[in-house]
Ligand binder design. Structure first.
Ligand SMILES: *Cc1c(COP(=O)(O)O)cnc(C)c1O
Length: 269
């Protein structure tokens, strides 16, 4: 089952969570989308009430915090991705699970290594998800820089927010008590496709994360999980546009992007 997102934060709408729980539900996976943590207090209260496990999808949330706690500490276990484009990226595929539960840690260690708890004894499904040492070495060198990179993203996002404040586009929110780390800087625009085309004409690359909401993906449609309705996700999906965002981006470049948006949004008729 999927749960629609909140129209303001664009993360899981906890007020719609309980109605999605069935007798078969065992766990929930809130996503810290674009680098903003999901609203974990009500999610945790519902998980506790129904005796459900929380697995955080922290793949975009390295270093983001919720009421002072870092992502990766907000549920029973969390998944981080170190895919090359993530805020902490390897030079190939890599990832990490965090948990404070020794049993989960032990199971994950076995699952990543062909289901072995003891060498040559395969007890669990035989997946190979080991992180190779080259990726680990690269991540170790990059890790000490992560906080500086996040601060840079946050300051560039603040500049975008300020420069776009008087336009018709909707800029991302950072609710009180949250630390957004802007894996992506995503705005909403009514004529998103028009805006994207105009920015392209002006030499500014943008992207859409993501063009098809997950419940409308062919796999889920085929498996009958995709009917919805999830009207908020569908509406947001038609309006989102990711602007350039990476730690090395300069303030001048942000100013050029923002002034181009301001210029092209002005009706010319
Ligand atoms: C990147 C990403 C994943 C998948 O991570 P992989 O390392 O490619 O498996 C899952 N969820 C979110 C939100 C992501 O951004």
């Amino acid at each position: 089952m999927f749960v629609d997102v909140d129209p303001v934060t664009w993360t899981l709408d906890a007020t719609k969570l309980e109605e999605a729980i069935t007798p078969n539900t065992k766990a929930m996976i809130p996503v810290h989308l674009y680098g903003l943590p999901a609203d974990m207090d009500p999610i945790r209260a519902i998980a506790k009430k129904h005796n459900l496990i929380i697995v955080e999808d922290a793949c975009q949330g390295h270093g983001a915090t919720y009421k002072g706690t870092r992502t990766g500490n907000l549920g029973d276990a969390a998944a981080f991705s170190f895919y090359p484009t993530k805020n902490l990226g390897a030079c190939g595929d890599a990832g990490m699970v965090t948990t404070n539960d020794e049993k989960v840690a032990e199971a994950v260690r076995a699952l990543r290594n062909c289901g072995q708890r003891v060498k040559n004894v395969h007890e669990l499904p035989p997946f190979n998800h080991r992180m190779d040492s080259m990726q680990a070495a690269i991540l170790r060198v990059k890790l000490p820089h992560l906080d500086d990179w996040l601060e840079s993203r946050r300051s560039l996002a603040g500049l975008y927010n300020q420069l776009l404040a008087d336009t018709s586009v909707i800029t991302p929110v950072e609710p009180h008590g949250y630390r957004h780390i802007y894996h992506l800087y995503v705005i909403r625009a009514q004529d998103r496709d028009g805006l994207q085309a105009m920015l392209k004409e002006n030499g500014i690359g943008t992207a859409i994360h993501y063009p098809i909401p997950v419940h409308q993906q062919p796999f889920y449609m085929k498996n009958g999980q995709g009917q919805g309705p999830y009207p908020v996700a569908e509406k947001i999906c038609s309006e989102i546009l990711s602007l350039p965002m990476y730690p090395e981006l300069t303030e001048e470049q942000v100013e050029v992007v923002a002034s181009t948006i301001t210029r092209v949004l002005v009706p010319t008729a």
